[in-house]
Write a protein that binds this ligand. Structure first.
Ligand SMILES: [Zn+2]
Ligand SMILES: [Zn+2]
Length: 378
C-alpha cells in the first residue's frame, strides 16, 4: 500500500493519504473467498477509519467461511453480500468521524468485536455482546467480521467503543491477541471474577483456553489446571502459567482434578474444548455450588446429566464474545507483561496469502496455533 505514510507520522494530525479503493477479501458462496478492490469505507459519528496492520485467524473465521453462521448480514446468511470476514485485528487510526475525540490519527489500536445498538434492553444493561438487535447494522449494531465488514482488508470502520490503545512497544502480531485474551477474561468475568487463590480448571488448550490459563494466573488463581490431548499445547500452557497439566489421553481428567484438589473439587471451570462430554466432566470437577463457563461448543446436540447439575447447585454460563470491556483489562495485563501472549503466535503471512493462512489454521499445518496475516513488513 504505497500511498500511506509510515505509522510514525506525527500523532493528532490528519495527514494520512487515504486511497479511494482498497484490497479486501470478500465471501461469495461457501468456501469462496476472492480478493477484490472495494471502496474504502467512511467513518460516521463516533467511528474512525482504521488502517489494518495485522489480523489473526480464528477458528470462527473458518466456520463462517464454510457455513455462514455465526456471521449474518441484516438477519441473513453472509454469502454473496460483498461481506469481508476477519475480526481479530489491530491497526492504526487514520481518520476520525464527526465528534470523535477519544482517539487521534496515528494511534495504534486493537479491537473488540461488538458495538451494541445502544438502544435495546441488553445494551442498556451493559450486555452489548448480547445485543437484541444483533446483526442489524441498520439499527446501529456492529460486530465487525460477523455482521459488518471485518479485517481481511486494508481498512475497516470501528466504533470508538470497540477500540483499545496498544502500547508502542507491543508488536502488531501480539496486539491481535488482545481480543483472544479478552474473550478468556470475559469468561472469568461471568464466573464472578473473584478467582485469586481459587482453583480454576481450563479444559481445552486452543487459543482461548491458553489465554484463559494466562489470564487466570495473572489474576491470582491457584492452582490453574489445564486439560487437553496434545502435549505440546499443554507444555505451552505451563509456560503461560498452568500449575498442573493433564493429558486426557493418559489420565481421566475428572480423577486428575480430584487428585490435584485433594478430593475437594474446584470452584471454577472454563470450558474451551467443545467436547461432547465436556459439561458432564466439568460438573464432576467443580464442588457443590461451583461455576462452569462454556466458551466453546460441540457441533451436535449432546445429552447431559442435568440431575447431577441441579442436585449439586452448579451454575452454568455460556458466553459469546468479549463483553464488559474485557479487552481493556486483557490489554492492561498484556501491557504490563503479566504473560507472554506471543507464545501462541506461530505463523505469519501477507494479505495476498490469506488462503494459505486459513489452511494453516484449519489443518494445523506445522502445529499452527495462532496464524497472523500482516499487511506490510515492519
Ligand atoms: Zn475470534
Ligand atoms: Zn442492543
Amino acid at each position: 500500500m504505497a500511498s500511506a505514510p509510515p505509522a510514525s507520522a506525527p500523532r493528532g494530525r490528519n495527514e494520512y493519504a487515504i486511497p479511494q479503493t482498497m484490497k479486501a477479501w470478500v465471501l461469495g458462496g461457501p468456501e469462496e473467498l476472492s480478493l477484490v478492490d472495494k471502496p474504502v469505507p467512511q467513518p460516521g459519528p463516533a467511528e474512525v477509519l482504521v488502517r489494518i496492520d495485522a489480523v489473526a485467524i480464528c477458528a470462527t473465521d473458518l466456520e463462517i467461511i464454510r457455513h455462514g453462521l455465526p456471521a449474518s448480514i441484516e438477519g441473513e446468511l453472509p454469502f454473496n453480500k460483498g461481506y469481508t470476514p476477519g475480526h481479530e485485528y489491530m491497526g492504526t487510526v487514520v481518520k476520525l468521524g464527526p465528534t470523535v475525540d477519544e482517539f487521534q490519527p496515528g494511534d495504534r489500536i486493537a479491537v473488540e468485536i461488538h458495538a451494541g445498538c445502544g438502544r435495546c434492553q441488553r445494551c442498556r444493561e451493559g450486555m452489548y455482546t448480547s445485543c437484541l438487535n444483533y446483526g442489524f447494522h441498520s439499527k446501529g449494531h456492529r460486530a465487525n467480521g460477523f455482521t459488518t465488514d471485518g479485517g481481511f482488508a486494508e481498512y475497516a470502520v470501528n466504533n470508538v467503543n470497540t477500540m483499545v490503545h496498544v502500547p508502542d512497544e507491543m508488536p502488531d502480531e501480539e496486539a491481535t491477541l488482545i481480543v483472544t485474551a479478552g474473550t478468556a477474561m470475559y469468561g472469568l468475568d461471568v464466573l464472578g471474577g473473584v478467582i485469586a487463590g481459587e482453583a480454576v480448571v481450563v479444559t481445552g488448550p486452543g487459543p482461548i483456553g491458553l489465554m484463559g490459563v494466562a489470564v487466570a494466573k495473572a489474576l491470582g488463581a491457584q492452582p490453574v489446571i489445564l486439560t487437553g490431548t496434545r502435549d505440546r499445547r499443554l507444555e505451552m500452557g505451563r509456560q503461560l502459567g498452568a500449575d498442573a497439566v493433564v493429558n486426557v489421553t493418559r489420565e481421566d481428567p475428572v480423577a486428575a482434578v480430584q487428585r490435584l484438589s485433594h478430593g475437594k473439587g474446584v470452584q471454577y471451570v472454563l470450558e474451551c474444548s467443545g467436547a461432547a462430554n465436556a459439561l458432564d466432566q466439568a460438573a464432576r470437577m467443580v464442588n457443590r455450588g461451583g461455576r462452569i463457563c462454556l466458551a466453546a461448543f460441540p457441533h451436535e446436540a449432546v445429552s447431559v446429566d442435568l440431575a447431577y447439575i441441579v442436585r449439586n447447585n452448579i451454575y452454568v454460563f455460556g458466553i459469546r464474545g468479549e463483553g464488559k470491556s474485557a479487552t481493556h483489562r486483557a490489554a492492561a495485563l498484556m501491557g504490563q507483561r503479566k504473560f507472554d501472549a506471543r507464545l501462541i503466535h506461530t505463523h505469519t503471512f501477507g494479505l495476498d496469502d490469506l488462503p494459505t493462512a486459513l489452511r494453516y489454521a484449519r489443518d494445523r499445518v506445522e502445529d499452527a496455533i495462532k496464524v497472523v496475516v500482516k499487511m506490510r513488513e515492519s
